[in-house]
Design a protein around this ligand. Structure first.
Ligand code: SD4
Length: 326
């Protein structure tokens, strides 16, 4: 029943109303709405490092959009992270292909999918947002656009990732690794700046050893990321196909609009995936959300999902609640 107690942030953002959806009495208690800001949250343990970078922007009254871009770039450049940017595990043809998107407080958004040879897909996504009338560029077109904008080509396949891939190629069954246990760390980041404006970013090399050409949820606005500055923002990690099927991040934001707090909204999104799939084996998905007040929460299908938080008082890794053990 506790889960059903939630805080509704009013659309104008001036008050919070406590509702009890179980009794649905609409008994409402006005409480003072104090926005926690600035604040940044991001998925998985590497989020701790990314948050530090974002915080350098936020603490100096910088924009949340700049914060999330510079935050996730640190992970894109980390050769030891096997799920994002350079060092990311390749597809089954041995080619690293990257997906990323970014969204600001005014519904502006940009995205790249199936991008190769560029270290910072998130910055290309931002250029798509700022310099074109489009939202999404893919593959060769995205690469040509990046080069045109001055990005340099980089070999993203590190010797370590190549050797992992070769070992996988040599396996009999060519099973896709389980996201979370063997293949995780896609970074989704959500931030509120000192003006109270929310932005988000998401970047990944996707599901290791995926089919060549496969695109996951991470570059899809509404699936891997969504921001509505009146309500809050959400991002996702895990099996992208499941997240796309329920338009996960948009769903979480809409659930917050209806009054759920971030954790409960993430919980409901996981329940939706449970309805869609009869077989949940290896079906790890995790959602992370923040509302306009700066409340945050996450929830995942399986144990193991965590997220990093940084605000004026806290810097920590938080274990999300989950539906089941592996
Ligand atoms: C994808 N959602 O490509 C990504 C993978 C992921 O942690 O999040 N891994 O489907």
């Amino acid at each position: 029943m506790d889960r059903r107690k939630f805080v509704r942030i009013s659309a104008i953002g001036s008050a919070a109303v406590v509702l009890d959806s179980c009794t649905n009495t609409n008994a409402q208690t006005n409480v003072n709405f104090t926005q926690t800001k600035p604040i940044v949250v991001s998925t998985w343990k590497p989020g701790l490092i990314a948050n530090k970078e974002a915080w350098n922007v936020l603490k100096n009254n910088g924009k949340s959009l700049d914060a999330v871009e510079s935050g996730v770039k640190t992970i894109e450049s980390d050769v030891n992270n096997k799920s994002v940017g350079i060092g990311g595990l390749p597809d089954r043809n041995g080619i690293v292909t990257l997906d990323a998107c970014i969204m600001d407080h005014q519904y502006n958004c940009g995205s790249v999918a199936f991008l190769q040879d560029i270290e910072h897909p998130i910055s290309v996504a931002r250029k798509v947002m700022e310099d074109t009338p489009h939202v999404m560029l893919c593959g060769k077109g995205a690469l040509d656009f990046a080069i045109d904008k001055g990005f340099k080509k980089t070999n993203l396949l590190t010797p370590e990732a190549e050797s992992d891939w070769k070992k996988w190629v040599a396996t009999q069954n060519k099973k896709l690794p389980e996201i979370n246990h063997e293949n995780h760390d896609t970074i989704g980041m959500l931030a509120i700046d000192s003006d109270g404006d929310i932005s988000g970013a998401c970047t990944t090399s996707g599901w290791a050893y995926k089919l060549h050409g496969r695109v996951g949820d991470s570059p899809i606005i509404g699936a891997g990321l969504y921001v509505d500055n009146e309500i809050g923002a959400a991002c996702a990690t895990g099996i992208g196909e499941a997240i796309i099927k329920i338009t996960g991040s948009h769903l979480v934001v809409e659930l917050m609009r209806q009054g759920l707090n971030p954790e409960n909204a993430c919980y409901e999104a996981v329940q939706r995936i449970k309805k869609v799939y009869s077989n949940l084996k290896d079906m790890q998905v995790g959602f992370l959300a923040i509302n306009k007040a700066g409340q945050h929460g996450g929830y995942s299908m399986y144990a193991g999902f965590n997220y990093a938080l940084k605000d004026n008082n806290n810097e920590e890794l938080i274990d999300a609640k989950y539906e089941m053990e592996w």
